[in-house]
Design a protein around this ligand. Sequence first.
Ligand SMILES: C[S@@+](CC[C@H](N)C(=O)[O-])C[C@H]1O[C@@H](n2cnc3c(N)ncnc32)[C@H](O)[C@@H]1O
Length: 293
Amino acid sequence: MFGGNWTTDKLQRIRKYLVAYTTIMRKQNFKQYMYIDAFAGTGWLTLKQNEQSELQSELPLFAGIVEQDSKTNLEGSARIALQVEPRFTKYIFVEKDKKRFEQLENIKLEFPDRDISLSNSDANMFIRQICQNQNWIEKRERAVLFLDPYGMQVPWDTVAAIAQTQAIDLWYLFPIGVALNRLLKKKGQINESYRQKIDIIIGTNEWYNVFYEERKQLGLFGEELDIVKVANFDSIKQYFVGRLKTIFPGVADHPKLLYNSKNNPLYLLCFASGNRRGSPTAIKIAQDILRRE
Ligand SMILES: C[S@@+](CC[C@H](N)C(=O)[O-])C[C@H]1O[C@@H](n2cnc3c(N)ncnc32)[C@H](O)[C@@H]1O
């Protein structure tokens, strides 16, 4: 781990990528290279009781999996990105919660010499709009986009809209343990609404036949057909990397599992690169950052 807990670990890895990215982009001839933070928070890490209950209310079975972070005044992704040198040409921060957004607005005063655009809106709507409403390649615009949701807030359609620009590098904290694996019951009897939630974040219902298998068991009345879970964190990880590869020209093959202090895997830190020409370098850098202990 890069020191600290899984939250600071993920942020330090992303910071390293941002530094490498702007160092390269500064020497190229792009009109804009932006940092887009779609789940920006307040600018500070404040994982407190209210955030835990927000996560738990999404699906009650998440109770207890995310530990409380007692630290305060640690910088969050937005502030970290703003301090990266060389700088991005523009910063876009999206935060849905009104109170958090009001706090986030202070960064404009703190960083008056940066081009910062703030939106108090839903990340998915916002992303689809900026991805679909302009031709990124023609306008010579590029971006790094960070998706840092608590749980299953990012439908596959949003990820596909990002890929379709062919101009955006994506860091995505996929909720593999905090949500997905918890919904994959051992016997394959998954409540229909949970099944739909999984379909939405993975973008297909084919996962069921990958994560479950029919097995013949010898029961009291002869052979019976059972459905058993064959998925584990490793196979889910590989499956999700494969899904990303269907829409991005480059995907880091070894995303990083982030664990809480009780050693429960919470999130999978994934990287995908949107531009065919830029992607070999981007993947090499990201994979190196993801591999480090
Ligand atoms: C895990 S926190 C982000 C932390 C932040 N990246 C940082 O490092 O400080 C997730 C944030 O997303 C916000 N959020 C939740 N759902 C959202 C949505 N649909 N659109 C935009 N923001 C959302 C929450 O209010 C919360 O502040």
